[in-house]
Write a protein that binds this ligand. Structure first.
Ligand SMILES: [Fe+2]
Length: 277
């Protein structure tokens, strides 16, 4: 099944990660990703210009939730109605960073919020890099695609397929950006990585120079992905979560789904790849 029609209108607003040492993890994002860190109740809220991450006490590398912001109240209402019609029983939730939010749970048990973004605090500064996409690790990419596209109105952009025909990776979008949610076939379930979109090559350079001042080495890249055509670097946080900083991500107005071979060159046109499955 391929889902080509985009019916959602949302962007990745923030994610929440659990950590056995949330103070340390939050401080890492403060330093590495140029975010202000504040403790609110039991959680740490990290915010930079157009980027946000929450850290809560729990299991290392566990995704507590992914949160998408709808562009207006009408599109949020339409999405809630659609979710209810599809039998997802959307639950009202109180969110630190969004208003009138509801939660649904995907086939892997990942909690996903949709809501309206609260205003970011004034005075956030730093290199460009809005929160942009969440990539899941899953046993069943097609079930993830059926949930986000079939039930919530995301559209499929690209697929990576093994010679056997088995799907390895699926990229889906909830707006004009090539992917806002993707998934890799994996022997584990949860988050593969999350990404910030820096916009252009010079901003990637600026991020690399900034990371050097923090003594943080790149774990992968710079490179360019095939699907999405985006430039990328990857770093890893102290819990082992992978963070991507990307640029030049493809903008899609309307085009057929592209199929890619499961090969090193698909994941990195320029050099070595980290194949997940
Ligand atoms: Fe990515």
């Amino acid at each position: 099944m391929t889902y080509t029609t985009l019916n959602a209108a949302a962007y990745l607003h923030h994610i929440e990660l659990q950590s056995s040492n949330p103070a340390r993890l939050a401080q890492f994002y403060g330093d590495a990703m140029q975010m202000q860190v504040r403790k609110v109740g039991d959680v740490f809220i990290c915010q930079g210009p157009q980027r946000r991450l929450i850290v809560s006490q729990g299991e290392d590398k566990k995704l507590a939730l992914g949160a998408f912001a709808c562009r207006d109240a009408d599109s949020l209402d339409a999405l809630r109605t659609r979710a209810a019609r599809e039998g997802l029983t959307p639950q009202h939730v109180v969110s630190h960073l969004m208003d009138t939010a509801f939660a649904v749970t995907d086939p892997d048990g990942n909690m996903i919020h949709f809501g309206l973004a609260k205003a970011d605090p004034a005075g956030l500064t730093g290199i460009r890099g809005p929160t942009q996409h969440l990539t899941l690790a899953t046993h069943d990419p097609e079930a993830i695609e059926a949930f986000y596209c079939g039930k919530l109105g995301f559209a499929t952009s690209d697929r990576v397929r093994k010679p056997s025909g088995e799907v390895a990776t699926i990229f889906t979008r909830s707006n004009h950006e090539h992917h806002t949610l993707a998934c890799f076939r994996s022997d584990r379930v949860g988050v593969d990585h999350h990404s910030y979109e820096a916009g252009d090559w010079n901003a990637i350079r600026d991020w690399c120079d900034h990371l050097a001042t923090q003594d943080i080495q790149l774990m992968w890249g710079p490179g360019r992905h095939g699907p999405g055509n985006n430039l990328f670097i990857f770093i890893v946080d102290p819990d082992g979560n992978w963070i991507e900083i990307s640029a030049e991500l493809e903008i899609i107005h309307d085009r057929p789904v592209k199929e890619w071979p499961h090969a090193e060159r698909t994941l990195n046109l320029w050099g070595k790849a980290i194949l997940r499955s």
